[in-house]
Design a protein around this ligand. Structure first.
Ligand SMILES: Cc1cc2nc3c(=O)[nH]c(=O)nc-3n(C[C@H](O)[C@H](O)[C@H](O)COP(=O)(O)OP(=O)(O)OC[C@H]3O[C@@H](n4cnc5c(N)ncnc54)[C@H](O)[C@@H]3O)c2cc1C
Length: 470
């Protein structure tokens, strides 16, 4: 009997999962495994909110594997090379399948595993999480794109790939099951009840990802272009954590959007705007793959000399706690704390405020988001932070500094989002709620003057702007 190990990582689903599909096609007995290797490698440590999501997602995958394939998810902890080697020996499996990850540490780890286990097993790897592999889209001179529009145009010319057409067929497992830890042994849940409150906002797993997509398409997609920037509306899909953990694939999303567009001509423009967002995610992975140093170094090397401020603990803490005295910033930071998610427009505002008005290095914000977002994703997070700081891939020729008060008036004009997350300001009128200049009802005065801190940021930028990029 042929036995195959399928190593689940950021692909916690059954459908459109090429590694699983291939294992099922080539072996009679499959052994699905998840390895918690966070303590044993140099991989960037997942944050607290991600761990909570992972806990629930592993439960969901366990149930789906059991119900559909009669297979148990084997949980191991430690160095993946050792764990996989042991599993191959224990089970006599000759095949090992996984879907690729694209961050530098995972690539280095997987390369070693491939070399070390090549004698023991036939190893096959696949793309399950991107529309295109990062090496498939290059400029005519074979170098990577750095400007999104050019990248998008190129991908459009290629067309979108389809998800796997076959569904994973229900079948019952034959062979023996190797020993496994329990999901609880991974201690992914914190002792604080913060996580229980946060998870009241979410249902985790592959089924829910598809329900959410269907609901978004039927209810919100048509108005996506108009509503997506308004944080008080449910204008976006909130699919990001499901995408990060691979509970749904971007190919499945794109196919559903295109099917809807083809039968709803009125939605053509909205669909195009949404597809562009899905492609932004691919672009973030693309940049991280081609510029792996950007995990913690600026893409625009002039920023290596940027004069960030020192001794910023008090301001950083005020920002993290949602106590800066700038309501739209604080509403966003409190939404993040309570739900593990923040609206994209507000992410841009809070990131601009941290890096420009407070002159705190973007890496500090990236770390905080990594710890608190349920959708924390190395590629998208680093990409978003570098863009906000001005050191990333951005076609804009100037140093962009958002005015948080103008942003607030424009995108939350009646202050509904602010009132939702800052109860201290619940009774303030819509005219003043965007910028109460003094402390009010326990809510603090602004920690910086917006005009003066803007001037200071422009000065900081002028000190590096004539340097050379490489
Ligand atoms: C400073 C900063 C940090 C960010 N950190 C993350 C992160 O850690 N993880 C993450 O998934 N996204 C991150 N984003 C991107 C974006 O804010 C979220 O993807 C989006 O808010 C998720 O909500 P949604 O699923 O409702 O988005 P929708 O508007 O419904 O978009 C659909 C999907 O497109 C993708 N997408 C949309 N916008 C972007 C973008 N700007 N960059 C990359 N992908 C995008 C996401 O996968 C998203 O789920 C960050 C943005 C900024 C400015």
């Amino acid at each position: 009997m042929k036995t195959a190990i399928i190593w689940f990582r950021q692909d916690l689903r059954l459908q459109d999962n090429p590694a699983l599909q291939s294992a099922l096609e080539h072996a009679e007995h499959i052994i699905p495994v998840f390895i918690d290797d966070t303590k044993s490698t140099s991989l960037s440590q997942p944050g607290s909110a991600s761990n909570v999501w992972l806990h629930h997602s592993l439960h969901s995958l366990t149930k789906d594997l059991q119900n559909t394939l009669g297979a148990s998810l084997i949980i191991r902890k430690g160095d993946p090379l050792n764990c996989l080697r042991t599993l191959l020996e224990e089970t006599g499996a000759e095949q090992l399948y996984w879907n690729r990850c694209y961050d530098p540490a995972s690539i280095a780890r997987d390369t070693i595993i491939k070399q070390q286990l090549a004698q023991q097993a036939s190893i096959k790897t696949f793309n399950a999480s991107l529309l295109y592999e990062p090496w498939e889209i290059l400029k005519a001179d074979n170098t990577p794109y750095r400007v999104y529009t050019a990248y998008w145009n190129r991908m459009r010319r290629f067309g979108f790939n389809h998800p796997l057409s076959m569904s994973v067929l229900a079948r019952q497992q034959q062979g023996p099951t190797p020993p496994s830890l329990c999901i609880n042994d991974l201690s992914l849940l914190p002792s604080l009840n913060w996580a229980d409150n946060m998870m009241q906002h979410w249902t985790v797993g592959e089924d829910e990802a598809h329900n959410k997509l269907t609901n978004f398409i039927n209810t919100h997609l048509l108005h996506y272009k108009e509503h997506r920037n308004n944080p008080h509306l449910t204008g976006t899909s909130s699919l990001s954590p499901h995408l990060h953990f691979g509970e749904i694939s971007p190919r499945q999303i794109v196919q559903a959007i295109i099917q809807y567009r083809d039968s709803h001509p009125r939605a053509t423009e909205a669909c195009e705007v949404f597809l562009k967002e899905i492609v932004w995610r691919d672009f973030a992975y693309y940049l991280l793959y081609h510029y792996p140093q950007t995990v913690d170094q600026p893409l625009d090397t002039r920023f290596e000399n940027f004069p960030w401020l020192c001794d910023t603990e008090a301001h950083l803490e005020a920002w993290q706690k949602g106590l800066t005295g700038i309501p739209i910033v604080d509403a966003g930071m409190r939404q993040l704390w309570h739900t593990g998610w923040m609206h994209n427009r507000v992410r841009m505002i809070v990131a601009s405020f941290l890096t420009k008005n407070l002159l705190i290095p973007w890496q500090e914000g990236e770390h905080w988001f990594r710890d608190t977002l349920v959708d924390a994703d190395l590629a998208s997070n680093v990409f978003g932070w570098q863009w906000a700081a001005g050191s990333g891939a951005d076609a804009a020729p100037y140093f962009r500094i958002f005015n948080p008060v103008l942003q607030s008036r424009k995108f939350d004009s009646e202050g509904e989002y602010i009132r939702c997350w800052i109860p201290e300001l619940a009774n303030m009128n819509s005219k003043h709620i965007h910028h109460p200049e003094k402390a009010f009802n326990g809510y603090p005065a602004p920690v910086v003057d917006l005009k003066a801190s803007r001037e200071r940021a422009l000065e900081a930028f002028s000190s590096i702007k004539n340097g050379s990029r490489h």
